[in-house]
Every structure is written in C-alpha cells, then in structure tokens.
Design a protein around this ligand. Structure first.
Ligand code: NDP
Length: 293
C-alpha cells in the first residue's frame, strides 16, 4: 500500500517508515517539511505531497506528546493535536483518501478498574488529553466518506525516541533501586505493532469505508508501571530493585489516569488485530538496542 505519514522521527512514524519495502511504499513528512504547529500553512505542503506521491491512505503519527509541557502550553498542543488532524481529515476527505489518526488513553479519566470501551464517556484529566480529544472529535466530525479511524493506544515504547523502557534501562544501569508507580495500570504498546495496525486498518478502510470509527489498540497483558519496570530489568539482566510507590509519591504537572486499560475487542472483531504481547515487543526492542554500537 502507498501511504503518506505525518511524522518522521517519532516512535510510531519510525516504525511506519520501516514498513517501506515490506510490500508498502511509505512517504513520511517530518516537521521540517510540514510544520503542523501552523496547520493552515502546513496543509500546502501536505497537499503537494499528496499530489506528488499519490498515496492510497494517510496516517497521522505526529502529535504534541509532552504531557506535562502541554499544561503550560495548551494552545500550542491544541494546534498540533486538534487543529492539525482536523485539517488533515478535511484534506483526506476532499481527496478521497482513508485517514487513520492515533489517539490516547488520556482522553479518559482513569476511573474504575475495568477496560474502557470505545464508546465510554471521555473526561480527560489534563491539557494533553483535552487537545487529543478535540482532535478525535474533529476527525470523526469530518465524516470522511473514504473512511476514517481514530486508534487510541497507550504507553508506547520502541528503541528510538524517549520512552519508559529507555528511561528504565538508563536509570537501571546507574542505580541499585528505583521507585516506580504501581497504582497506574495499562497496556504497554510496542510502536512497531501500532505501525502495523495503522497500515492494516488503512487497508481495510480502503476496501470498506463503513468500518470507520473509534478503535482501541494496546499491548497485553495489562500491568502497572512498576510491573513493566520489573520485566524490563529482568529481561535486560539489570540488577536494580523496583520499589513500588503510589502516584501520590510521584507528583507531575498533569495528573495521570490510574486506569488506562483499553477494551480492544472491536479492533480484533473488525480488523482481526489482536492485542500484541508487550513482553515479546520488549525483547525485540532490547535486541535492537543491544545491536547498536
Ligand atoms: P513521538 O513523540 O515519538 O513523535 C512525535 C511526532 O510528532 C514526530 O514524528 C514529530 O515529527 C511529530 N511532530 C512534533 N511536532 C511537530 C510539528 N510541529 N510539526 C510536524 N510534526 C511534528 O510520538 P509517538 O510516536 O510516541 O506517538 C504517536 C502517536 O501516539 C501520537 O498521536 C500520540 O499522541 C499517541 N500516543 C502516544 C503515547 C506515548 O506513550 N508516546 C501514548 C498514547 C498515545 P518529526 O518526525 O519531524 O520529529
């Protein structure tokens, strides 16, 4: 499939780029080519890329992902997380292309202990979640007849960029013990699996735009950040003790949802995509990092 991706060096964008050649042609647009903090101006570049590359679908892997920074810069976060996807969704609809947009568990308030259904009430706790929710609404509101999907995911990790796995590996090599939050539960999700899911969804939408909607995709089994950290240390062979602490002992500018469990059953039913086992994804990331000079 020929795909235009917004984002180039991000975690998911990098994994999408890697699918080039594996039966897909992927063109990634980085912020140097289309600066989505100025969505109107950026659409000129996106339009030109669409004309030159002639993709069969568009995937938005670009976002403002600084959860705490968004608290003080909500307008800037909104431009990237809401205004940009709104503009891309309109452009995709206008040019007759399916559009896959990635969103987050942070649109929920994290109450309860059961997985959030795709139609569960949203109630973001902070600016990042608020701006991502606006983006979802805009993408759905564009009602792209060629097909659209909002794919909510959580706790993304990969061998590149900044993420929890890389932080744990760095700190675990330096320290004997680490205090890690144990009362936030969710599904760590390999960026590689998200990339493959996006392509698969784009293919299905291309064939049947009636599959449009909001979907969930997160790694299994659900665990806490401390549980994830234990597994990272064990699999990386690091002798670092994980001390489990409550979120109240690790204050952040933006509050985090305690329950980030996502009910992914409709994604499996509609697209045949099962939740990826994050432990397998973690082993792959560790192997990739070890192979680096
Ligand atoms: P990263 O933070 O790794 O990458 C962000 C991407 O956004 C980069 O490709 C970057 O472009 C692009 N970007 C940032 N600013 C601009 C700008 N001004 N103009 C154009 N592009 C810009 O993100 P992830 O891969 O981790 O996240 C992918 C998606 O998953 C996002 O929608 C995010 O909200 C969502 N998500 C992420 C989670 C996580 O834990 N990280 C959890 C849940 C959902 P460039 O390539 O040029 O640097």
């Amino acid at each position: 499939m020929r795909l235009l991706v917004l984002g180039r060096s991000g975690q998911v964008a990098t994994e999408l780029a890697r699918l080039s050649g594996e039966g897909h042609e992927i063109r990634c647009l980085g912020r140097d080519e289309a600066d989505l903090s100025r969505p109107k101006a950026a659409m000129g570049a996106v339009r030109r890329a669409l004309e030159a590359f002639r993709p069969e679908a568009v995937i938005n892997a670009a976002a403002w992902t600084g959860v705490d920074a968004a608290e003080a810069q909500e307008d800037a976060a909104r431009a990237l997380n809401a205004d940009a996807p709104a503009a891309i969704a309109r452009l995709a609809a206008e040019t007759g292309l399916p559009f896959v947009h990635i969103s987050t568990d942070y649109v929920f308030d994290g109450a309860g202990e059961t997985p959030f259904a795709t139609d569960a009430a949203t109630a973001p706790l902070g600016a990042y979640g608020r701006t991502k929710l606006l983006g979802e609404e805009d993408v759905a509101g564009a009602a792209n007849p060629a097909g659209w999907a909002v794919l909510r995911t959580s706790w993304v990790f990969s061998a590149h960029g900044a993420n929890f796995v890389k932080t744990m590996l760095r700190l675990g090599a330096e320290r004997d013990a680490l205090r890690v939050v144990a009362d936030q539960v969710g599904g760590p999700t390999p960026a590689a699996a998200i990339a493959q899911a996006c392509v698969s969804i784009a293919e299905t939408l291309g064939a049947d735009p009636r599959r449009s909607g909001i979907y969930h995709f997160s790694g299994a089994p659900d665990t806490s950040w401390a549980g994830f950290a234990h597994e990272i240390m064990a699999r990386a062979g690091l002798d670092c003790r994980i001390e489990e602490i409550p979120s109240t002992d690790y204050p952040t500018s933006a509050p985090r949802p305690l329950n980030s469990r996502l009910d992914c059953r409709s994604t499996e039913a509609v697209f045949g995509l099962t939740r990826p086992d994050w432990r397998t994804g973690l082993d792959r990331v560790l192997t990739e990092l070890e192979a680096r000079p």
